[in-house]
Design a protein around this ligand. Structure first.
Ligand code: ZN
Length: 314
């Protein structure tokens, strides 16, 4: 079987304030802003990308910060918790750090023999830190968080579903995931590559409230594929299985197809290439406002309408 899906690529969510978003993900969580661009469909709104030093697939959390956007509501038919991977030995460092920044957390909890903390960003977005010793990805030393404690990338993401059956069959029959663990109503799936960043957890929650989209809610989850060719292959298989993927869209840093899974969550398959160093060097990532070519003629107006943000964070 060709390996068509490697694991997570990115998660994209909505926020209500660009600077507060930077302050949380760069300032508190120590992620790197790897790209500052705009929503290609709404150029008066930023599209901010956070990740590891180079913006590796599987480390990227992105936001559309719509100023003043009303909060969403966590619930069924939604990705409810985005979980980052941290080294086991860093757990107490992170508990101290969250307290220091006034971020209330709950836990540590146990799940599938791993330990995790749970908290929210200022918009109520659900975030977890999973302490584990299986992650070989390097951490980024941003000067605030020593590399030995820093986030390695995503660990998993939790999808709350009223009914899991058809979502499970999409993951296992079409998307090359395997069920590797279950605990009460929680089911863990793993993509072929395996390991931290290649998991997705499906929570059976028939009595959940229905999720509402707004600030602090996830817009979609993207899975990684190696190439344009493997993307077309998985697209073909989605069609054959009765799904309705979009055509390939050029997102500058990757190419994307989108489709809705049976529980209503928007899925994307994104190519690993070309990556974030396509329009600035790795050292410069996130430092300048990058626009797709077709918006360059309108740069002055676009820049004037966007709020000023500092990527250095407080
Ligand atoms: Zn996306």
């Amino acid at each position: 079987m060709n390996n068509l899906i490697n694991g997570l690529h990115h998660i994209t969510a909505l926020a209500s304030d660009a600077q507060k978003n930077v302050d949380f993900y760069v300032g508190v969580l120590g992620l790197r802003m790897v790209k500052k661009t705009i929503n290609f469909d709404a150029p008066d709104v930023y599209h901010l990308y956070y990740g590891d030093e180079t913006g590796s697939p599987g480390s990227i959390l992105t936001f559309f910060p719509y100023a003043g956007l009303t909060r969403g509501r966590r619930g069924g038919g939604q990705l409810t918790y985005s979980a980052f991977s941290i080294p086991t030995a860093s757990l107490s460092y992170w508990m101290d750090r969250l307290v220091q920044f006034g971020v209330p957390y709950s836990g540590p909890y146990q799940r599938f023999n791993e330990t995790y903390l749970r908290f929210e960003d200022f918009d109520g977005m659900g975030v977890e830190l999973v302490a584990n010793s299986n992650d070989l990805r390097p951490g980024w030393d941003n000067g605030k968080i020593p590399a030995e404690y820093s986030i390695r990338g995503f660990y998993t993401a939790t999808l709350n579903e009223f009914n899991i059956d058809r979502t499970v069959s999409l993951l296992t029959d079409v998307m090359q995931h395997k069920l590797i663990a279950e605990e009460q109503d929680l089911f863990r799936f793993e993509a072929l590559n395996g390991g931290p960043g290649a998991y997705v957890d499906v929570m059976r929650s028939p009595k959940d409230v229905r999720a509402l989209q707004g600030a602090g809610s996830v817009h979609h989850i993207a899975f990684a594929t190696d190439s344009d060719e493997s993307q077309l292959e998985i697209r073909e298989q989605l069609w054959s299985a009765g799904y309705n993927p979009t055509g390939v869209l050029d997102r500058n840093y990757f190419h994307s197809i989108y489709y809705r899974e049976p529980g209503g969550i928007l899925f994307e398959i994104a190519t690993n290439p070309p990556g974030f160093a396509v329009d600035e060097t790795v050292a410069e990532l996130g430092s300048a406002l990058k626009l797709p070519e077709w918006y360059e003629p309108r740069r002055a107006k676009i820049e004037a309408e966007l709020p000023v943000i500092s990527a250095l964070a407080k």
